[in-house]
Design a protein around this ligand. Structure first.
Ligand SMILES: *Cc1c(COP(=O)(O)O)cnc(C)c1O
Length: 438
């Protein structure tokens, strides 16, 4: 199957190009040219499938022509080696826990799948593939861990000194092996500027193979469709029920994957886009006007996005029709105070500990269900483990949050990062002189 650019539908490329290039040169985003419907017998058999089996079936219909079956099965077995359980919160409200991967956030799913797919595509190339990532925290840790020890690929993660949490720094900078952590004396924007300059630098392109791994890569969205099916599999009689899915959103990759799953036949009655006060998309749903803004910092900081990068994909999937998009997605947003109150309430009522992102998702679902009695039930995504946001959650619930073993072990390791200035010349020299990068 081919992938086209949202900016120019005649710009069509193979999966390999879409994945290794990341973003088309015309400034659009890649989208699969078709989203084939899965057959009835797939949905009938879904309740009896396990996560990996159903993931293979979904992947096969999308990329089966491009990746041999045995390779695809292996990529799925390695990348999705953890569960996404559906957990009861209240009557008719369940959460899909997406934090059982190595860095405790849903981004593990996309990063682990992307790394293995890239490794397959470059296996016959005798050069190393160097992945550059600028991060304000979460993406860098998921990508660093997703690519850790993947043959033929290096990851170079740039993060702003003093501006990410200790846990995030430890998840990025203690791995070693093929993961290089660069602590930049500057801001996140400086990190991003260095990466962008390197990706278009002709000297560098001559001597090494460079790519990026940000959330716009289509190979991150493909595996994110799988867990929507895995959620419905765990709901009795899902084929005859009206079920809403609420996605706490920032760049809207997660929600876009859900829209793709629905186009492939998953019976999601309605999507709810829940955000913090960075409510660019809820405003668009309300008014029809998309008006990007400078982002505002909140306690659900992985959703502090003022210009959601996947919006172009959402528009494209619905032929840019505001009416059709509104029919599919309901938008809502909440303040930090409302988010804290939800964390406290849920803890008091059920003992369940939400992280701030999941709390926004819970609030969105609750509000939608209150206004739509015709729905049978709803699911919201818990996108990160509350231990990642201990500093915010503990004072709110008045109790301590246990740190899972896989997170605790990062905290004991030695930080291996190297410090660089924000000067491009220094970064370029670093890339050019390292023999491992060739
Ligand atoms: C990245 C992230 C989000 C936002 O996901 P998008 O796909 O960018 O909308 C939500 N919650 C957490 C914990 C995240 O890390």
């Amino acid at each position: 199957m081919k992938y086209y650019s949202t900016a120019d539908h005649s710009n069509r490329v193979a999966l390999k190009t879409a994945v290794l290039e990341g973003m088309p040169a015309d400034g659009g985003l890649y989208i699969p040219e078709k989203l084939p419907k899965l057959p009835d017998n797939f949905f009938n058999a879904l309740p009896d499938m396990d996560f990996q089996t159903l993931s293979f079936e979904v992947a096969n219909i999308l990329i089966g022509e491009d990746v041999p079956e045995a390779i695809l099965r292996n990529i799925i077995a390695e990348a999705l080696s953890f569960e996404t359980p559906l957990v009861d919160i209240e009557d008719n409200i369940k959460t899909l826990e997406l934090f059982h991967g190595p860095t405790l956030a849903f981004k593990d799913v996309g990063a682990r799948f992307m790394s293995r797919l890239m490794a397959y595509f470059i296996q016959n190339d005798d050069r190393k593939l160097n992945i550059l990532v600028a991060t304000s925290g979460d993406t860098g840790s998921a990508v660093a861990n997703g690519f850790y020890k993947i043959p033929g690929i290096n990851v170079i993660v740039l993060y702003p000194a003093g501006k990410i949490s200790l846990i995030q720094e430890k998840q990025i900078a203690t791995l070693g092996e093929n993961v290089t952590a660069l602590k930049v004396n500057g801001t996140f924007d400086d990190c991003q500027r260095l990466v962008k300059a390197a990706l278009v630098d002709a000297d560098l392109q001559k001597s090494q193979m460079l790519s990026s791994a940000n959330s716009i890569n289509i190979s991150r969205l493909i595996p994110q469709t799988f867990y929507y099916f895995n959620a419905f599999r765990q709901l009795p009689d899902f084929q005859s029920k009206k079920i809403a899915v609420c996605v706490p959103s920032g760049n809207f990759g997660n929600l876009t994957a859900g829209l793709m799953a629905k186009k492939m036949g998953l019976p999601v009655h309605r999507f709810i886009a829940a955000t913090n006060i960075n409510h660019i998309v809820p405003d668009y749903l309300e008014t029809g006007i998309f008006s990007p803004k400078v982002s505002i910092q909140t306690i659900s900081n992985a959703m502090d996005v003022g210009n959601p990068s996947n919006f172009a994909r959402i528009l494209d999937l619905y032929g840019t029709s505001w009416t059709d998009i509104r029919r599919e997605i309901w938008g809502v947003y909440f303040s930090d105070d409302q988010t804290r109150a939800a964390i406290a309430d849920i803890y008091e009522n059920s003992g369940y500990i939400l992280d701030p992102h999941g709390a926004v998702g819970y609030l969105g679902l609750k509000k939608y269900l209150a206004q739509h009695q015709e729905l049978d039930s709803g699911i919201f995504f818990e996108t990160a483990h509350p231990a990642k946001f201990k500093d915010i959650v503990e004072p709110v619930i008045g109790a301590s949050v246990d740190i899972p073993e896989r997170l605790a072990k990062f905290l004991q390791r030695e930080t291996l990062s190297q410090t660089i200035s924000g000067k491009y010349g220094e970064f370029k020299a670093f890339l050019l002189t390292n023999p491992n990068f060739r």
